[in-house]
Design a protein around this ligand. Structure first.
Ligand SMILES: *[C@@H]1O[C@H](CO)[C@@H](O)[C@H](O)[C@H]1NC(C)=O
Ligand SMILES: *[C@@H]1O[C@H](CO)[C@@H](O)[C@H](O)[C@H]1NC(C)=O
Ligand SMILES: *[C@@H]1O[C@H](CO)[C@@H](O)[C@H](O)[C@H]1NC(C)=O
Ligand SMILES: *[C@@H]1O[C@H](CO)[C@@H](O)[C@H](O)[C@H]1NC(C)=O
Length: 315
């Protein structure tokens, strides 16, 4: 990833301490209304080059949909060796990787390393700074990577990982519905994932003719991204690789006449100003410049970056 050079010297900023965090159980639930959400807009994610030779379908993060507070980006990635995402930094948000097929090796600049296989999830809070590499562990890999924004109070947190193998992730079944609950509450069950920004993230398989009724707190933004088949929400249909942005209030009713697999994302908007520059997302232009300076001078979270080169970057 290209790293532009900001060279001005900016005084040291002390890192904030992070307030206590809570699992994203739904304290806003009592405010649920009986209205049904509909599709406000359909997105046709473009296919783009990313990383080193990788291809992604960018659902969130293009001119069609720059962001959907608190979501900054979502890529549906398809990567075959030797392509991948070699050494690059992040600050100010969380990356959530969900593997669909194949496995992904990762390694960060503090020696945290591993491999996530099909159905596994890595929820990484970059906080004040991470440098890492993400490369295929199998000949090819397919998955979703979501970027969730952090509010000002968490942007300079210590980095943190919540990794879960396929067998550790909560799965629930309803009538013709199978849901993998990466975060939040679905069909009466709540994942243990701690989300600093209250978030729901499910991957759902719906049998033909079946319906999922899902409560989402009023005011939260959300969207559905179809991985297979077609779904109907209100009067709109979404087909494979289309995303539908939901209206902001009410319950969601998703039906599928032919059967479908889709990702459902919803989150409480942060609603503060945002400045994003490549892999860094902060609140002001000054904070972005400070971040480039910290990154280039190996400080305020990027200390371990000095001289660091991942072992996995060349496959
Ligand atoms: C909760 O419901 C009340 C009463 O309907 C409404 O005034 C308030 O704006 C709602 N709050 C949110 C966060 O939606
Ligand atoms: C998509 O759905 C069809 C029909 O249900 C199924 O045969 C196929 O395996 C699915 N493909 C993927 C990638 O899930
Ligand atoms: C959506 O799909 C249903 C069932 O396949 C079909 O009857 C309906 O006409 C479609 N609606 C739109 C707006 O395309
Ligand atoms: C991202 O979070 C920051 C606060 O840390 C906020 O200012 C901004 O509005 C958020 N941006 C988006 C696009 O969600």
């Amino acid at each position: 990833m290209l790293i532009p050079l900001f060279l001005s010297l900016i005084p040291f900023i002390s890192s904030q301490t992070c307030p206590d965090i809570q699992a994203s159980s739904c304290e806003e639930k009592q405010n649920m209304s009986r209205t049904l959400r509909t599709i406000a807009r359909i997105i046709n994610p473009p296919e783009l080059p990313e990383g080193d030779g990788a291809r992604v379908r960018r659902v969130v993060g293009t001119n069609q949909l720059k962001n959907l507070d608190p979501f900054l980006m979502m890529d549906h990635f398809f990567v075959s060796k030797p392509a991948g995402f070699p050494d690059h930094p992040h600050r100010g948000f969380e990356t959530v990787t969900y593997m669909i097929t194949g496995s992904c090796k990762h390694e960060d600049f503090k020696g945290y390393a591993g491999e996530i296989g099909p159905g596994a999830v890595q929820w990484m809070t970059a906080g004040k700074g991470i440098m890492h590499a993400e490369m295929p562990g199998t000949d090819s890999m397919e998955g979703l990577q979501l970027w969730v924004n952090l509010s000002r109070e968490y942007k300079m947190c210590e980095p943190n990982y919540q990794d879960a193998g396929e067998s550790e992730i909560l799965k629930v079944e309803g009538d013709g519905v199978r849901a993998t609950i990466i975060a939040g509450t679905c069909l009466g069950q709540t994942a243990r994932t701690v989300t600093r920004t209250p978030t729901y993230y499910f991957v759902v398989e719906l049998e033909r003719g079946k319906t999922l009724n899902q409560e989402i707190p009023d005011g939260w933004n959300g969207y559905v991204y179809v991985l297979n088949g077609t779904v109907s929400i209100g009067n709109s249909n979404l087909s494979r690789f289309q995303a539908g942005i939901l209206t902001q209030n009410g319950e969601l009713r998703i039906e599928s006449s032919e059967g479908a697999k889709f990702a459902l994302l919803a989150g409480r908007p942060i609603g503060e100003p945002v400045v994003q520059y490549g892999p860094f997302v902060m609140n002001t232009r000054e904070e972005i410049e400070e971040t480039f300076n910290d990154f280039r001078s190996y400080r305020n979270g990027f200390e371990a970056g000095r001289g660091w080169v991942s072992k996995i970057r060349d496959g």
